[in-house]
Design a protein around this ligand. Structure first.
Ligand SMILES: Cc1ncc(COP(=O)(O)O)c(C=O)c1O
Length: 442
């Protein structure tokens, strides 16, 4: 069942001589030959030459259907016409200015319009940076210093955020009271002391831990794990209510999840956070971060209201080109577009589920509107520990490679995302191909 790792790696290597050479030639100038750790694919990454709509082409001339959408960021596909037109107005007219551009108001208005809990918005250059600013704002507003987060939640790469994103089991402590574990050597020595770690999907433990730390907790930052972990909406509603009852700011990380509905994950789950963090799609394909929320909290950043001792800036924060692309993307991503993507995702989810059922491969699918993961395990994936105890990594990796050889970028069958240019035929072809490669042998 599914070709062997050795055969697939040999076929992949034979099919991608230019990417192989590019990777080899890059070794001297970058650690592991790549610009970011996540690009260090095994045996080597493919290098992309160009992309349009839901397809990408690599330097060896292969075409891929793109289920990755730049790590979930793109929802209109590559180079959507309206976004390119808006950006073109700037490309030959300065690119970036320093003083503000009119796009700041337009892009901010678009977020405020979609997300009722957000009354005003500040811009940054990445989700990481926006999370950093938001946590600082929560600390400044409350005068408290601890932040609660969930084990396995990803909130970017700052020291705070990388506590217990992927802790090793020998350090992680008991499931119901996880230890805060810094994932990165080199993080500040005391960072983990200010982070309180919670288990997903365990109300009793969450309540106990928050009760214990409530006097020190400035805020709780929540990563919804849509299309990743199976977490019911009433769990996040419970988390919000507990925070409200205990005087802890409730912060929603929408960096990835703003894609799941017009008003973000908070709209789907029926919650109204004190602060929210954005990134990815609000930059329309360019580096971006943003955060916003309650007016009284955001007012701390309003220099005209007196000295608050907190500010947020960056050379490229609020970059005109980014905000032009982000504004054009948000304008084009209407509720109808989300409805259309949901239909495709439902088709993908049920088709993939049927394929694994017929093949008698254990599979637990988590799917939310336009993002889905097929966990190849019969244990429901409800938290970090059930996700990391999956035993089928090898099958997942072989399927990813086999699908790449067929022209699909669907790595790990993890966080497959829909983009607007996809069609029912494209989804059906993928499902047929998946079934075929499962039965192919060496
Ligand atoms: C939920 C979440 N928060 C924050 C981030 C960090 O965003 P960035 O990669 O733009 O720094 C990410 C990135 O994947 C994310 O998925």
């Amino acid at each position: 069942m599914v070709k062997s790792k050795e055969t697939l790696e040999r076929l992949y290597t034979e099919a991608n001589p230019k990417s192989k050479t590019q990777f080899a030639d890059s070794q001297g100038v970058m650690p592991s030959g790549v610009a970011k750790s996540t690009s260090a694919w095994n045996p080597f990454p493919i290098y992309i030459d160009r992309a349009q709509d839901c397809y990408m082409w690599d330097i060896d001339g292969h075409r891929y259907l793109d289920f990755n959408n730049s790590s979930t960021a793109l929802i209109l596909g590559h180079s959507p016409k309206t976004v390119v037109e808006e950006m073109s107005k700037l490309v030959n007219n300065g690119i970036v200015f320093g003083p503000p551009s009119v796009y700041e108001k337009l892009a901010s208005e678009e977020i405020v319009k979609r997300v009722p809990s957000v009354k005003s918005v500040r811009w940054a250059n990445s989700g990481t940076e926006a999370v950093m600013n938001t946590l600082r704002l929560a600390r400044a507003f409350t005068g408290k210093f601890k932040i609660a987060k969930f084990e396995g939640a990803f909130h970017g790469t700052s020291d705070d955020a990388q506590v217990s994103h992927a802790p090793s089991m020998d350090k992680a402590g008991p499931r119901e009271a996880p230890n805060p574990v810094s994932d990165q050597r080199g993080a500040g020595r005391r960072v983990a002391e200010d982070i309180v770690v919670l288990p997903y999907n365990d109300r009793e433990s969450v309540e106990l831990i928050l009760q214990e730390h409530k006097d020190d907790l400035a805020g709780l930052i929540y990563e919804p794990k849509a299309g990743g972990y199976d977490i019911p909406f009433d769990f996040v509603q419970f988390v919000e209510k507990t925070c409200n009852d205990l005087g802890i700011l409730f912060i929603m990380d929408e960096v990835k999840h703003f894609r799941v509905s017009y008003g973000g994950y908070q709209e789907l789950a029926g919650v109204s956070p004190d602060l929210s963090v954005f990134g990815k799609l609000v930059g329309g394909g360019l580096p971006v971060g943003a955060f916003g929320g309650r007016q009284d909290i955001m007012d701390l950043l309003d220099g005209t209201k007196g000295k608050s001792g907190i500010s947020s800036s960056g050379t490229y924060s609020g970059h005109a080109l980014t905000l032009a692309a982000g504004w054009a993307t948000m304008k084009a991503a209407t509720p109808e577009v989300y409805e259309y993507m949901k239909k495709l995702n439902d088709r993908l989810t049920s088709g993939v589920g049927d394929v694994f059922t017929r093949a008698q491969i254990p599979c637990s699918i988590v799917s939310h509107n336009n993002i889905m993961t097929a966990h190849l395990t019969d244990t429901p994936v409800r938290d970090y520990r059930s996700a990391s105890s999956k035993t089928t990594g090898d099958l997942n990796n072989r399927l990813s490679l086999a699908l790449m050889m067929e022209g699909y970028l669907a790595r790990g069958l993890s966080e497959l995302t829909i983009s607007e240019p996809m069609t029912e035929t494209i989804i059906d072809d993928f499902i047929t191909t998946l079934e075929r490669v499962i039965y192919e042998e060496d």
